[in-house]
Design a protein around this ligand. Structure first.
Ligand SMILES: CSC[C@H]1O[C@@H](n2cnc3c(O)ncnc32)[C@H](O)[C@@H]1O
Ligand SMILES: [Zn+2]
Length: 445
């Protein structure tokens, strides 16, 4: 039989690496493999020798000491709040919110605050391997603009709350949100998601409107729910039932809802989360710092619920490091259940990637390195001393890696970080803006 050799196929980019953790199939590590990228999508994941024979890349990168994996998906953030990082610490939620965050926001928040805060957050997120964020904040138009310039992928929250703010008056939130939804139609990397703040700040008529528009227009919903025991007690005092039950009776629950925090859940509610297909955004560091309680992640997963991971804002965390967050998520689950097998390393990585993508309805595009998906991926340097020797790449990515080992980040095939340097944001400018906000907020130079 004559051997037929085909001419190599021209592609945009070939990245070969010591290992690839594709997340799907779960728990797999591919050694000496390469990602073939063309037109922003993954064309193939294959052994490096085969890839070099088959493709003629316009650009190629060989990273023998790195692991490639999907970009991390931050399932709950208030990106603009990076400007308020460290202004009030060591307080319970309501004292922190009512005594510090809301007054600071009332005094300073506007489009410039949001633009500068989101820029700062984008730099920190990209540097620590995030390629997608689900955001909730005022001035979502400024957020969308900053996200677009940074080159990140995002679900931009259409905030709904019964308070007046610099962004909108109480009756205006939904319609301003819908106008932004229309304006962002056709953006490849940005989608919108309703973001009613919480059951204690959004009235029932507004919640009903959100549910109706969400269902009619196919827009998801993202909401703080059962963050603290006090929230549940106050919900019972107000409505005679727990907020979760109240939302259920309003027919608010469904697979388009991302419930953030969920630290207070009965056995029955855990079953209902799975039954209604509600996704959970677990924010372990914020929950720990505000002493809010523990989301029963392992029990939710055993019931069949999808649980992703978020950082929450930098004012309650106080960083936006999702590698740190996924490690705490795994360790906390073990500590809470007294079961060392709870949330193992591969599951923690899946939560910070594919589970987040699934919650956002974006798992056809991102969250794993399957051919056909968007080329949203990162390269993590495992040659650092804290990740030597390498017995198990998945273990290192979950338990040993420091987010500063992220050297490369691509979104839809576009590099946002290369050789550890940001390509779409200028760090000196971010530092100068951060100093300006510190001066405006505290009066100090
Ligand atoms: C209107 S969107 C942002 C709104 O939420 C406040 N916020 C930030 N973190 C939390 C949290 O953990 N629980 C409840 N509310 C939070 C933020 O200060 C903004 O006012
Ligand atoms: Zn939050």
């Amino acid at each position: 039989m004559p051997v037929t050799s085909f001419p190599p196929v021209a592609i945009d980019l070939l990245v070969s690496a010591g290992s690839i953790v594709p997340i799907e199939p779960a728990g797999v590590v591919l050694e000496q493999h390469a990602l073939a990228i063309d037109k922003g999508r993954i064309l193939a994941v294959l052994p490096t020798r085969e890839a070099r024979a088959r493709y003629q890349p316009r650009e190629s990168l060989d990273l023998p000491g790195h692991a490639l994996m999907p970009g991390l998906v931050n399932l709950h953030a208030h990106s603009a709040m990076s400007v308020l990082r460290g202004i009030a610490d060591d307080l319970p939620l309501m004292e922190w919110l009512q005594g510090h965050m809301w007054p600071a926001e009332a005094a300073h928040m506007g489009p410039a605050f949001c633009r500068d805060g989101v820029n700062l957050a984008m730099a920190e997120m990209i540097r620590s391997g995030q390629t997608c964020v689900n955001d909730m904040y005022f001035f979502p138009d400024a957020t969308a603009q900053a996200v677009r310039q940074a080159g990140m992928r995002a679900a931009v929250g259409l905030i709904v709350i019964d308070f007046p703010s610099a962004w909108a008056q109480p009756g205006e939130y939904i319609h301003k949100g819908l106008a932004l939804h229309d304006a962002l139609r056709g953006e490849p990397l940005i989608k919108t998601i309703f973001a009613p703040h919480a059951p204690y700040t959004v009235s029932d008529p507004l919640l009903r409107q959100v549910r109706q528009y969400a269902t009619e227009l196919g827009i998801g919903i993202h909401m703080h729910i059962h963050e603290t025991a006090d929230e549940v007690a106050q919900g019972i005092a107000r409505n005679g039932k727990r907020p979760w039950q109240h939302l259920r009776d309003l027919e608010f629950l469904g697979p388009d809802l991302i419930a953030v925090h969920m630290t207070q859940l009965t056995d029955e509610e855990i079953e209902e989360v799975a039954h209604y297909g509600v996704h959970v955004a677990h924010c372990p560091e914020s929950n720990l710092k505000l002493a809010n309680g523990f989301c029963p992640v392992h029990r939710l997963q055993m019931a069949g619920a999808n649980v992703g991971i978020g950082t929450d804002g930098a004012a309650s965390n106080n960083d936006l490091d999702l590698f740190g967050e996924l490690r705490i998520a795994s360790l906390m689950a073990k500590g809470v259940t007294l079961d060392a097998r709870a949330v193992p390393a591969a599951k923690a990585l899946e939560m910070a990637t594919l589970a987040g993508a699934r919650a956002l309805g974006w798992d056809d595009q991102i969250g794993s390195l399957l051919p056909g998906k968007a080329a949203d991926f990162i390269a993590v340097d495992l040659s650092a001393v804290n990740t030597q020797p390498v017995y198990n790449v998945i273990s290192h990515l979950a338990y040993a890696v420091n987010s500063r080992q992220v050297d490369y980040v691509w979104v839809a095939g576009r590099p946002l970080l290369a050789e550890g340097r940001l390509l779409t944001l200028v760090e000196d400018e971010l530092r100068a803006k951060a100093a300006e906000w510190r001066h405006k907020i505290t009066g100090k130079h």
